[in-house]
Design a protein around this ligand. Structure first.
Ligand code: FAD
Length: 480
């Protein structure tokens, strides 16, 4: 640590809204200079704007982070606008000697950061960027010929051989510089008011570092044992729900891996569960690897054959899908869980995405955009990579002929119908054997359950068997 370091270090937080295991913050604090911690609400046409649910999350997350920094005697400085203008101006305003941030991986963000680095360095500042989001930087994992991976298994084999660093330690006492003026979070109006659609989100989530710790601890105690067997069951509580916390960086994947390894050592979960759980974190790594090497992941078919695919313009079915009114209970339960809580179970994400793309023949980009707007974990890498995976247009994608059957998927992964009952309450009194295909139930079964198709719950908006044949014919046409 330098003996005398009086020029402040500016720490610019972005998708790393945490104090613990934050390499940029740790590096700045270890430098010994007084700190200014800032967040910029970026309004830049070059960057993809956040969706509604993510904006709600961000507002809460910033409030929580401000409180955490205040407890340590500091202030989170909020500014809004183009980071390319704000960061150099802020650095000058506080007389900073150094600027620190953790890296992001969208092409426009990388371009912005590189330009900023050059500007700041030209002004005589030290600039340090760190890895706070990924177990391994995308460019450190390469095929034998030095190129990017396009298939998950060899990517996983190569990347999981690299050591995962231990979480970093933040000095217990942080030294802050006098803070410059901050905008007021309330003025940013990121939470919905008219109408206030966020009640379900508020009930489901506590954004921020403390919320992340609570969710992780609950998962380690109650969900991890049995994860390998039950992670596909939306009616059970065996997945972690850590995705929005990872998306906004309230905890790092390093902390998650360390906690899982600790649980293994303590004997609270078996090696099979731990291995499966950690491998899912590598799917996230794979998505970022793809995004880094194929920057147009969210807008362009990874497999160009799909450019010739004849997507349908099908607004009525698309709207029924968005509203959870397709008449297929597992699809509707998923879409309503998404609308209500801003999150959906992974198995159900695959089912609803397959339904939109392959049954309704709607372009995967429209589904991706809806998820982007409604998910609290809407992620620039995981969301497009997963949509392309389901469409069959992606890297290492599901084969085009794999069309999920919403009835058999429901019966297999929600065998008692409890998940459907929770999110489609008008079907709650149907017995398990009828709940995934109410149109096939005997009239007295429907009557006893209080279900009138077409009135209390929709008829199916399409016939899955016929839709499947139509999809296969279309996909066959572009197979080449
Ligand atoms: P867990 O099973 O507990 O897994 C732990 C972590 O591993 C997750 O938090 C996530 O970071 C990562 N992970 C798990 N499964 C996957 C996967 N299949 N791909 C990539 N990473 C994974 N995930 C997002 O984080 N944001 C998205 O916007 C997103 N959009 C998706 C869209 C579609 C169509 C599909 C099929 C999947 C999408 N996923 C997305 C991946 C996955 O569904 C979620 O990461 C997972 O459901 C989050 O729940 P969890 O935290 O309980 O997962």
């Amino acid at each position: 640590m330098p003996l005398s370091c009086e020029r402040p270090a500016l720490v610019w937080l972005r998708d790393d809204l945490r104090l613990s295991d934050n390499p940029a913050l740790t590096a700045a604090a270890q430098g010994g200079c007084p700190l200014v911690i800032a967040y910029v609400l970026e309004e830049d046409p070059a960057l993809r704007p956040l969706g509604g649910a993510a904006r709600w999350w961000l507002a809460r997350a910033l409030a929580s982070l401000s409180a955490e920094i205040a407890r340590r005697g500091g202030t989170l400085v909020l500014r809004r606008g183009r980071a390319a203008d704000i960061i150099p101006a802020l650095a000058e305003e506080i007389g900073a000697g150094a600027v620190h941030w953790n890296r992001r991986y969208e092409a426009a963000q990388i371009a912005q950061d590189s330009a900023l680095k050059a500007t700041l360095r030209a002004a005589g500042l030290t600039v340090e960027s760190c890895n706070g989001a990924l177990l391994h930087e995308p460019w450190t994992v390469a095929t034998q010929s030095g190129g990017p991976f396009k298939v998950f298994s060899p990517f996983f084999r190569a990347s999981s051989q690299q050591p995962v660093r231990a979480p970093t330690r933040l000095p217990p006492v942080l030294r802050f510089a006098p803070p410059p003026a901050s905008e007021a979070l309330a003025d940013w109006q990121m939470e919905p008011t008219a109408p206030d659609w966020a009640g379900g989100l508020r009930a489901a989530w506590e954004p921020g570092e403390e919320g992340a710790r609570a969710v992780l601890e609950r998962f380690l105690a109650h969900g991890l044992a049995g994860y390998a067997e039950n992670r596909d069951r939306p009616d059970l509580e065996n997945v972690s729900r850590l995705s929005p916390f990872l998306r906004f960086g309230h905890l790092s994947p390093h902390q998650v891996v360390a906690a899982a390894r600790h649980a293994e050592a303590a004997g609270s979960a078996g090696p099979k569960d731990i291995a499966k759980f950690v491998s899912e974190l590598y799917w996230r790594e794979f998505s970022y690897h793809l995004l880094y090497h194929f920057p147009t992941l969210a807008t362009t078919n990874f497999n160009p054959r799909f450019d010739a695919f004849g997507w349908a313009d099908n607004p009525a079915q698309e709207r029924a899908w968005q509203r959870g009114r397709t008449g297929y209970p597992i699809v509707d339960a998923g879409m309503r869980q998404l609308w209500e809580t801003g999150w959906m179970h992974n198995r159900v994400r695959m089912i609803v995405a397959s339904f939109l793309i392959k049954d309704a023949l709607v372009d995967w980009r429209r589904g991706e955009a809806w998820f982007w707007d409604t998910l609290v974990d809407a992620d620039p890498a995981n969301n497009p990579a997963s949509w392309q995976w389901v469409a069959g247009s992606g890297a290492d994608a599901a084969p085009y002929f794999r069309v999920f059957n919403p009835v058999t998927q429901g019966e297999k992964f929600d065998p008692n119908g409890d998940y459907v009952r929770r999110f489609v309450p008008e079907l709650a009194r149907l017995p398990a054997e009828a709940i995934h295909k109410p149109w096939a139930a005997k009239p007295d079964v429907l009557r006893r359950a209080g279900v009138t198709l077409g009135l209390t719950y929709p008829h199916p908006i399409l016939d899955h068997a016929a839709a499947r044949e139509r999809a296969l014919a279309r996909f066959e046409a572009i197979r080449g």
